[in-house]
Design a protein around this ligand. Structure first.
Ligand SMILES: Cc1cc2nc3c(=O)[nH]c(=O)nc-3n(C[C@H](O)[C@H](O)[C@H](O)COP(=O)(O)OP(=O)(O)OC[C@H]3O[C@@H](n4cnc5c(N)ncnc54)[C@H](O)[C@@H]3O)c2cc1C
Length: 330
């Protein structure tokens, strides 16, 4: 274990982690930064996102999160604040615990050990994918081309004038279909539960009927389309029904990457998101959480940014006030 004690460790290199690292160094605080191992990156939402259309100034990027994040790191490394950033490139955090002095003991994905006073945890979440013929792979081309989408706020507008399918069986999937219908009036809207029993509430069912939203329960046999997923044509179901669609949404819940928070015994909500105060401070002293992992937040880039800034600033305030007190007491 190195003797050095970092004031702030940022874990996760998506939107929240990159902003937390940027704000930390701009506050002139040292930042130990783990953007994640190649394995961690594969699990991240940042990797799935292509075009960002719901935020100003992002239209030129082909990979709307990864490219601006890399630019940000490069800017830090070229700036006067470069010595504040302790970037652990291609490394994730495998283990974390608190020692008897209240410091976080961090073990990276290659076994390296570090000490930190505060942590900003930004490990994110991942959308659950439907199994089609026992595998999730047939979804990938369409997800990469965004003819299959996941986020109503980010990409709901894609359904304008397009026959649309929502895949999911929980009430939340029905509400995605209802909201898309109410906002964009697509010419046809179908919910496919992919072999699961629909778990819709009575009021929701009433609206589905009123809006002529069909619910089909047969499992999907094949996604039909062309051009490596750029064109979606529809879904062939196992009962041989073909549902035409040019756009689709998957709404099957999220896998929450809360393992490190749970290892520290942080309080989580019923879905696994970490509960925090307004600055992202969890139930564990010194452990802050930003981005999609934080409970009760809109799962968006700009909320991830704002949350990360709040956490980095809250820690900076503690560090400054400790230094001030020491000075006043000396
Ligand atoms: C298809 C799709 C399209 C979207 N489009 C938009 C959009 O247009 N606009 C918008 O605002 N939002 C959009 N979103 C939502 C947006 O992607 C998320 O809100 C945002 O990525 C959240 O940032 P985050 O930092 O919390 O998580 P992520 O971006 O998922 O980043 C998590 C990071 O944690 C790292 N990590 C994980 N485990 C570890 C570990 N143990 N150690 C170290 N690092 C680790 C990963 O490598 C990754 O870098 C979209 C999401 C999806 C899936």
């Amino acid at each position: 274990m190195s003797e050095k004690i970092y004031p702030i460790c940022v874990i996760g290199g998506g939107s929240a982690g990159t902003m937390a690292a940027l704000r930390t160094v701009l506050n002139n605080d040292e930042c130990l930064f783990f953007p994640g191992s190649p394995k961690d990156k594969k699990k991240s939402r940042a990797l799935w996102v292509r075009k960002i259309e719901n935020m100003p100034a992002h239209y030129q990027y082909k990979r709307g999160i990864e490219e601006p994040n890399l630019e940000t790191l490069k800017w830090i490394q070229d700036s006067d604040f470069r010595e504040k950033l302790f970037l652990q490139k291609n490394l994730g955090v495998a283990e974390i615990k608190k020692n008897e002095h209240g410091l976080f003991e961090i073990t990276d994905s290659k076994g390296g050990k570090y000490l930190s006073q505060h942590v900003i945890l930004c490990t994110g979440v991942m959308d659950v994918q439907p199994h089609i013929q026992g595998s999730i792979e047939s979804v990938f081309d369409y997800a990469n081309s965004q003819t299959i989408d996941y986020c109503l706020i980010c990409d709901g507008h894609h359904v304008l004038n397009k026959k649309t399918v929502v895949i999911g069986h929980e009430n939340s999937a029905a509400w995605i279909a209802i909201m898309l219908h109410e906002r964009y009036f697509p010419p046809e809207m179908t919910i496919i539960t992919n072999g699961k029993e629909p778990n819709f509430q009575e009021d929701t069912l009433k609206l589905l009927n009123l809006y002529n939203i069909r619910v089909l329960t047969s499992p999907v046999q094949e996604i039909q389309g062309e051009d490596k997923g750029k064109t979606l044509k529809g879904f062939l179901l196992e009962d041989q029904n073909v549902v035409q669609a040019q756009m689709s949404f998957i709404s099957m819940g999220m896998i929450v990457y809360n393992e490190l928070a749970l290892a520290l015994k942080a309080e989580v909500d019923e879905r696994g998101f970490v509960k925090t105060d307004a600055n992202g401070l969890s139930s564990v002293p010194g452990l802050y959480v930003a981005g999609d992992l934080r409970a009760n937040t809109r799962k968006q880039i700009y909320t991830a940014w704002d949350g990360a800034v709040g956490s980095a600033n809250a820690i900076n305030q503690i560090l400054r006030s400790n230094r001030r007190q020491k000075l006043l007491n000396s």
